[in-house]
Ligand binder design. Structure first.
Ligand code: F6R
Length: 243
């Protein structure tokens, strides 16, 4: 795992945006795995700027999002469909038919999970997967204890994850209890991974990722040690006291 340290969040986001935009320039039909949450927000903003100022085109890019809450309508302001449209897709020239986000309203969830995996495979796999990390080490919504061999599945969110995400909702009671998420095996199958880590809240998780020896299912992000092409961009606060 290659670690790039930045002074703060702004610089982290600038590097991440440059990284992604360079990949698209090299491979215009890139298959991009995307994350939501607070960490990549500025990266999306800078990618939009880059699209507007430098003409980086998403016309041939395909995207697969990591996850979606179960039970939230795509129009719901807290759904990841809504987040992605508002934060990124509405502002770039991506072809709507090339956008894939798990359907949190699917009537047959098992089938939805299976079909999501098939769509990724049909596309030839993900070239670059953007990731954030939970304070408990989750990647996607794969909470501690999720099998490393898991593919897209339904998961019950950990109480700490619901608490962390309650900041986006009116109250914790409104945070869905379940989500559909790409599995750990699905994430690890990506050809390349870009993990963004910002702030003191993530310091302990990053320390554990960078220092502990063997991957363990108790700490999902630890599987990244086994991937041959992982780049971590982390700011000073996230890296405090490490190394
Ligand atoms: C989001 C996702 C999550 C987040 C993680 C960190 O699609 O899959 O794993 O990346 O919860 O979230 P933030 O960036 O809000 O700290």
């Amino acid at each position: 795992m290659k670690v790039i340290e930045t002074k703060q969040y702004q610089e982290l986001s600038q590097l991440a945006s440059n990284y992604i935009s360079d990949k698209i320039k090299k491979k215009p039909n890139l298959t991009l795995g995307l994350a939501t949450g607070g960490t990549p927000k500025k990266t999306y903003e800078l990618l939009i700027e880059d699209h507007k100022n430098n003409g980086t085109s998403y016309n041939s890019v395909t995207t697969f999002n990591l996850d979606e809450y179960i039970g939230l309508d795509p129009e719901n302001a807290n759904s990841y469909h809504h987040y992605m449209n508002q934060t990124f897709f509405n502002h770039i020239d991506i072809n709507r038919k090339n956008i894939f986000i798990p359907n949190g309203l699917a009537l047959k969830m098992e089938q939805e999970c299976r079909e999501y995996e098939e769509k990724i495979k049909f596309q030839g796999g993900i070239d670059l997967q953007l990731l954030g990390i939970g304070a408990n080490g989750h990647i996607g919504f794969n909470e501690p204890g999720t099998p490393f061999l898991s593919t897209t599945h339904v998961i019950e969110l950990a109480p700490s994850t619901r608490e962390a995400n309650a900041r986006f909702f009116d109250s914790i009671h409104d945070v869905p209890t379940h989500a559909i998420t790409m599995g750990i095996a699905s994430i690890i199958a990506s050809k390349e991974i870009l993990l963004l880590v910002s702030g003191e809240d993530k310091n302990a998780a990053l320390k554990r990722l960078l220092t502990e020896e063997e991957p363990t299912e108790d700490f999902p992000a630890s599987i990244l040690k086994k991937h041959p092409h992982v780049t971590i961009i982390a700011d000073k606060k996230a890296l405090k006291g490490i190394g």
